[in-house]
Design a protein around this ligand. Structure first.
Ligand code: PLZ
Length: 454
């Protein structure tokens, strides 16, 4: 195919409609799965074992021709859709010029433009710097390195139910044992955990979650670590893998204030929640919080691997030249994709689209929760919504109910992901550009799946 023709075909999106032609997974996917099992390491799990040939907007097309509604966005990555025409165009243009140089050997303007854009978009009216990497774990890991250099301290404080990655340091920072940590120790030192302000599972008074959780944080830091030994407090402003746990208003501002008073770097891990997903450009904007450092990845480059640490210039510049780097960090093709994705997020107000997704989905999920005894809570903000399943009449987690409903939806062409420390949460991370008819269709399927629980 001639290049221009190929480009034009890439620009066309699959029909935005759920079409189920075969069992899901269908025969072609099942055949490929056998090859996969014989060639790919078993440690990679999979939610829906289909093989995708084409994706865009709110639809994934598998090798059997099924059109599957995408409520996952590649785990919150393809907010602009998996083949946004502007991302495709800028990436194609860039690969024809050069694919890679290594930003630490020779430089290119694209990386500077991405840094300038992130410095402008992140909250805080002060001088900022950005460091570019390839994966979220790498960004979190480097935020810790930077905070340690700046403060000259070792301790890192994280929350219960946290997820920060799979590298040794970020796996240590992650709370959940199976599947993330089991068998992978010994873990990194100087990581301390404080309770997550998880309203649905809070043992104390529901009205006091913010204050009680904050008191526990200060108590643990003061008595077990010493505030003067803490380099950073790292928090997901809405906890992602942990089950879309939304901290009660008031908690994060208190933590930021405490960090400031004690010379501790406050790091917001916005890798899953950031860049429009929660209805704001950043989830911290909801309470007007200004972190010292923010990590981004996922939605940053519309599907290409790019991650960043952005924050106060005096903190970021504490590491001398040569101390930060990596072969692929800030790869030019990923930067080209990021410039397109960030432009689309801003210009097309994808944060507004996320708020609209909440308006469409949340009332329906809440209505279902009224009649279904299996739902403990519906929560989340914007296009980061979740349902927590329980054993009827109790708060006991029911991973079985979540798995049954997710499997029901998946087999009918609606891709949903589960989450949560107890595996009992179905989370929704649709592309922000998804059509409302697709959302409604997906909700119909989910509702039928929940009804089947009885
Ligand atoms: N911080 C808040 O959500 C990645 C993990 C998928 P990487 N979450 C998806 C899986 O099973 O591995 C994540 C996150 C938050 C950090 C990360 C890590 O980002 O790009 O996966 O390294």
């Amino acid at each position: 195919m001639a290049l221009t023709e190929r480009r034009r075909s890439l620009m066309s999106q699959p029909t935005q409609q759920r079409i189920v032609k075969t069992a899901i997974p269908g025969p072609e996917s099942v055949r490929l799965q056998q090859r996969r099992n014989a060639s790919v390491a078993a440690g990679f799990g999979v939610t829906l074992p289909v093989f995708v040939e084409e994706a865009g907007g709110g639809i994934l097309v598998d090798v059997d021709g099924n059109h599957i509604i995408d409520l996952a966005s590649g785990i919150g990555v393809t907010g602009v859709g998996a083949s946004h025409p502007e991302v495709v165009a800028r990436v194609s243009e860039q690969v024809e010029k050069f694919t890679h140089l290594g930003f630490v050997s020779t430089q290119y303007e694209l990386a500077v433009q991405v840094a300038e854009t992130l410095n402008r978009l992140t909250p805080g009216n002060f001088e900022k710097r950005t460091a570019l990497y390839s994966t979220g774990a790498e960004a979190v890991e480097n935020a810790v390195k930077i905070a340690r250099t700046y403060t000259g301290r070792d301790a890192i404080v994280v929350l219960g139910h946290a997820y920060h990655g799979r590298s040794l340091l970020t796996m240590t920072m992650t709370a959940k044992n199976v599947p993330y940590k089991e068998g992978f120790g010994p873990f990194a030192p100087e990581i301390y955990r404080v309770p997550s302000p998880y309203p649905f599972r809070w043992a104390g008074n529901l009205d006091d979650v913010a204050q009680e959780a904050f008191d526990q944080l200060t108590d643990i830091i003061t008595t077990q670590i010493g505030a003067h030994n803490v380099a950073a407090i790292v928090v997901e402003p809405i906890q992602g893998e942990g089950g879309f746990i939304v901290p009660p208003d008031g908690y994060l501002p208190k933590v930021v204030e405490f960090a400031k008073a004690n010379g501790i770097v406050f790091v917001a891990d916005e890798i899953q929640a950031g860049l429009g997903r929660t209805g704001d450009m950043f989830a911290v904007n909801h309470e007007g919080i200004i972190p010292d450092l923010i990590t981004t990845a996922k939605a940053l480059a519309g599907g290409l691997p790019l991650a960043a640490v952005t924050g106060r210039a005096e903190i970021m510049d504490a590491v001398p030249a040569g101390g930060l780097g990596g072969t692929y960090g800030g790869n030019p093709v990923a930067c080209a994709a990021a410039l397109a994705a960030l432009e689309v997020i801003e210009r097309d107000d994808l944060a507004g689209k996320a708020r609209r997704i909440e308006e469409v989905m949340k009332p329906r999920l809440e209505a279902i929760a009224k009649w279904s005894k299996h739902i403990g809570e519906v929560r989340g903000r914007g296009a980061m919504l979740a349902v927590e399943f329980v054993k009827p009449g109790t708060k006991a987690a029911s991973a079985e109910a979540a798995k049954t409903v997710a499997a029901y939806a998946n087999s009918r062409g609606v891709l949903t992901l589960t989450a949560g420390t107890y595996g009992n949460v179905i989370r929704f991370l649709p592309p922000l550009v998804i059509g409302e008819d697709l959302l409604t269709d997906a909700l119909d399927v989910l509702e039928a799946g929940i009804a089947e629980l009885g």
